[in-house]
Each structure stands twice: as structure tokens, then as C-alpha cells.
Design a protein around this ligand. Structure first.
Ligand code: SF4
Length: 342
């Protein structure tokens, strides 16, 4: 299999062209074709000589991967199915709103984190994605030219694939890449502290942390990661960081009926997040086959939101999108799929 150019950084391409005996500036020409223009083959890189293109084609391919299936929800949300290099599948959601189009990308095939409420967790871990495969989820969708925001909230835990996730953010934000503002990118984690600290240091993108309950015993049952990285420690680390007006930290909070929406939860959340400029996003639980957890009514979510706001924690409710096509939060899964066996 030929190596893919799409997903390489400018320094990587510089090394590559020098190795082929080509001038260093060829790398910058290639990044323009890869990340700024609408082509999909090396032969279309018309400002490179025929000889250079032939040399590249011998060893490399452009490297875009087209989706094999697109589903559209009644609310306009789309779910794209992409094959991966390792013959697996991943899903990507595109959520249109009035003035924006947000793409929710996957960072792994499946996930090893085992969160009780998550459909991807039932799939288990099937492999890492490369930076190219992550960025391809933005480049190879029908809305590629209109994407306003990117969230790393699809399949997988981004900080369990830290290097490739950071590289994908570099490609999205560098001047030679997509030149997007890092303020349009949010990476969501369940709280892998070492990865989170590296991300905070090396990138300027927003951070979202899956919180779901402030109580240790409850969180352990919902999210095994709590044993290694308790939420108290995750928040303590975040408090040490400077979140000014530009860079945001938010907490994702799935509301489960009768489990994590009591006045005690409100009080404990207020204590945990005291002194931190942040926001809580409440998310309605979307029932996953095989879990005892239940979805709450709208009035319960609204009431919980009001209580948190009264305590001074800025809280919003995230609208459920794409539930009918299993594109909503926690519902992505490609467990049964392998290329060639569909
Ligand atoms: S919620 Fe995220 S981290 Fe937890 S199992 Fe699902 S994909 Fe993995």
C-alpha cells in the first residue's frame, strides 16, 4: 500500500521532498493542494512539474478517503460512515444549526474506556486513527467547505490517541493547513490527566470534560476512568490552568433519570467547580441497549439547569440531535462492520 500524503504536516513533507531530491518549497506547494484546494489526486497538482508528480505517484497517494454511507436525520443532522486504513469503520456526525455547521469527529475505532452509558464502549477498542483519518472526516464530507466548528466528541477518547489528535489539530489550525482558529475546535475527554495537560500546553483549542456526577462512587460505576483519574483531581489540575476569556473549559453532564439530578448533586457540583470560569452542558441521556440507565423528562432537565444557574454555574441544555439515525451523543458504533463483510 502506498503512503498517504494527506495527514502529513509541513515539516514532514519538507523532509519527504528533500529525501526525493526535490526543492524544499515543493512541500509548501503540496500542503496548499492537500489542505486548501479541492482536488483529490497528485496528478491534479498542476504547479508541480510532470516529473515531480510522477516521482510522487510512484511512492505516494493523495490519501483522501470517501464515506461509504451517509444518513440524514429529520432534523438535518447527518451521519457519515468512513472506512479506515485498517479495514474498520468509523462514524462522523455533522450537525447543522442556524449559523454554523459543527462536525463531530471520531478519534479511535471503538473505545477502551468502558463508560456504562456509551454505545461506542460496547464495541470495545479496535484501533487508533491517524491524524489524516481524523482530518479526512472534515475534508471528505459534503459540507467540507462550510464547516464552522469541530468537536472531538465522536468515537473514542482523544487523549488515548494524543499524538495523532494533536497532529490533526496542528493541520487544522496551521497557516499552511486549514488555518482554522483553535477557538472553533473543542476536544472532549473523560479526564485522562497526563494527556489533558499535554493538550493544554501544546494546543489552544477548547477543552470539554465529561463529568456526569461529582460523587466518586457514582462516577466509578458510570466511568471506570474515575479510579485512575478522580474528577476531583481532574478539576484541580484544570483550576491551575489559566482559562481566560478566549479559551473555554466546559463540562458535559448527561442527565440520567433519578441518578444524578438531585439537590445534593447541585451542591456538590457548586463546591467542585467553585472559582472556575466554566460552563456545564446538560445532555439528555439517549438510551443504549443493555444499560439500566433511563432518559429523564424535559422538566427534570430544565429544573436541574435552573438549580445550577441559581448556584452561579452557567448551565445550558444541549439539544438532542440526530437521535433517529443513532448520531446523537453516545450512540456511535460500528461494531459489526468490517470492510468486505458488510
Ligand atoms: S463516552 Fe467516550 S470515553 Fe467513554 S466509552 Fe464512550 S467513547 Fe469512550
Amino acid at each position: 500500500m502506498k503512503e498517504r500524503l494527506f495527514g502529513k504536516t509541513l515539516p514532514e513533507l519538507q523532509e519527504l521532498v528533500l529525501g526525493l531530491g526535490l526543492p524544499k518549497f515543493t512541500a509548501r506547494q503540496i500542503t496548499d493542494w492537500l489542505y486548501k484546494k479541492e482536488i483529490s489526486s497528485i496528478d491534479e497538482m498542476t504547479n508541480l512539474s510532470k516529473k515531480t508528480r510522477d516521482l510522487l505517484v510512484e511512492k505516494f497517494e493523495f490519501g483522501l478517503i470517501q464515506p461509504t454511507k451517509v444518513q440524514e436525520s429529520i432534523d438535518g443532522t447527518k451521519k457519515y460512515l468512513f472506512p479506515t486504513v485498517q479495514n474498520k469503520f468509523i462514524e462522523t456526525a455533522m450537525i447543522p444549526e442556524r449559523d454554523r455547521k459543527t462536525v463531530c469527529v471520531s478519534s479511535q475505532v471503538g473505545c477502551k474506556m468502558g463508560c456504562l452509558f456509551c454505545f461506542t464502549a460496547k464495541q470495545g477498542f479496535q484501533g487508533q486513527l491517524t491524524a489524516g483519518e481524523i482530518v479526512n472526516q472534515i475534508k471528505s464530507i459534503e459540507e467540507a467547505g462550510e464547516v464552522s466548528n469541530i468537536v472531538y466528541m465522536g468515537m473514542g477518547e482523544p487523549f488515548d490517541n494524543l499524538e495523532q489528535v494533536l497532529k490533526s489539530i496542528e493541520i487544522l489550525t496551521a497557516g499552511w493547513g486549514f488555518a482554522m482558529s483553535p477557538r472553533r475546535i473543542t476536544v472532549s475527554t473523560i479526564g485522562i490527566i497526563p494527556g489533558m495537560l499535554t493538550f493544554l500546553e501544546k494546543s489552544e483549542a477548547h477543552l470539554a470534560v465529561s463529568l456526569h456526577t461529582p460523587f466518586n462512587d457514582e462516577r466509578q460505576k458510570l466511568m471506570p476512568v474515575q479510579v485512575a483519574y478522580p474528577i476531583e483531581e481532574v478539576v484541580a489540575e484544570i483550576k491551575r490552568w489559566d482559562f481566560g476569556r478566549q479559551r473555554r473549559v466546559s463540562f458535559e453532564y448527561i442527565v440520567f433519570e433519578g441518578l444524578n439530578d438531585s439537590p445534593q448533586h447541585v451542591r456538590e457540583l457548586a463546591r467542585l467547580l467553585d472559582g472556575l470560569r466554566c460552563r456545564i452542558n446538560l445532555i439528555r441521556f439517549h438510551p443504549v441497549p443493555g444499560t439500566p440507565l433511563k432518559s429523564p423528562g424535559d422538566n427534570i432537565i430544565q429544573n436541574f439547569k435552573d438549580q445550577l444557574n441559581q448556584k452561579g454555574i452557567l448551565t445550558t441544555v444541549r439539544a438532542s440531535r440526530g437521535q433517529d439515525i443513532y448520531a446523537a451523543c453516545g450512540l456511535l458504533s460500528t461494531k459489526e462492520m468490517n470492510v468486505g463483510t458488510k
